[in-house]
Design a protein around this ligand. Structure first.
Ligand SMILES: [Fe+2]
Length: 236
């Protein structure tokens, strides 16, 4: 986006473990969504949406009501929660390397301008929690999402997933990718409806507690956009 002459390679988003041979990745994909890119950003700071939008994949006990933690970072905002002692969600049930219930973390991180790092951690019951060390059974999958605005009403949603298991297992990669495509098309339906309906809002906006992460991110991004506009308006 923008003037290629002004692009700084140092700003390219870092993929942690990119060169780690123990990690596997999916092909990912690109999904056009007829909505403003900020609606997609909001969505990726809302761990609770899976309880309603992704019932057959990412939903699970606690995803609708376990308490959330909101943190500001230098590069954006993280909304996260630990859910303890529950079965893994349907999408991860056959991917994790242990049986029975788990402790699960939903880590939803948005980085300016519009890159999401969506980390799922599944670990045997009793081994999860803030500052708990990883065990050799801890399963991590990170979905990287690069929201690219096309115009005010359209976004290219570009993504892939990176996991700490099965580095060379093409079947696992395909299964994960196919499942993600189904889930992201569920998001697309909701996001396009949000975009259309919010454009013709007939009742006042209501902010819920779980909107805090999205509101915080939008404020940070707007400050940066405003600063850039001032910079561009000033004569060199
Ligand atoms: Fe979603």
């Amino acid at each position: 986006m923008g003037d290629p002459e002004l692009a700084n390679p140092d700003d390219i988003f870092e993929i942690e473990n990119y060169d780690n041979p123990a990690w596997g990745y999916t092909d990912g994909g690109m999904l056009p969504i007829a909505c403003n890119y900020l609606w997609v950003c909001d969505n990726l700071l809302d761990p609770s949406h899976v309880a309603w939008v992704h019932v057959t994949s990412f939903a699970g006990a606690g995803t609708g009501d376990a308490p959330l933690k909101v943190e500001k970072t230098d590069r954006g905002v993280i909304v996260s929660r630990w859910i303890h002692g529950q079965p893994p969600s349907p999408y991860y049930k056959d991917l994790v390397k242990f049986k029975d219930n788990c402790d699960r973390k939903q880590h939803y991180e948005l980085c300016v301008p519009s890159t999401a790092l969506n980390k799922s951690i599944y670990t045997p019951v009793g081994t999860g929690g803030e500052d708990a060390p990883m065990t050799n059974q801890t399963y991590v999958n990170i979905s990287y999402n690069f929201m690219t605005p096309v115009d005010e009403n359209n976004t290219q949603y570009i993504w892939f997933q990176h996991r700490n298991t099965d580095p060379n297992d093409a079947d696992v990669s395909k299964k994960m990718n196919d499942g993600a495509i189904i889930a992201f098309n569920e998001d697309k339906v909701i996001l396009e409806a949000v975009h259309a309906n919010m454009a013709e809002m007939v009742t006042p906006n209501i902010d819920l507690g779980l909107d805090l992460g999205a509101k915080t991110f939008r404020k940070k991004l707007q400050r940066l956009i405003d600063a850039e506009q001032v910079e561009m308006a000033e004569p060199a």
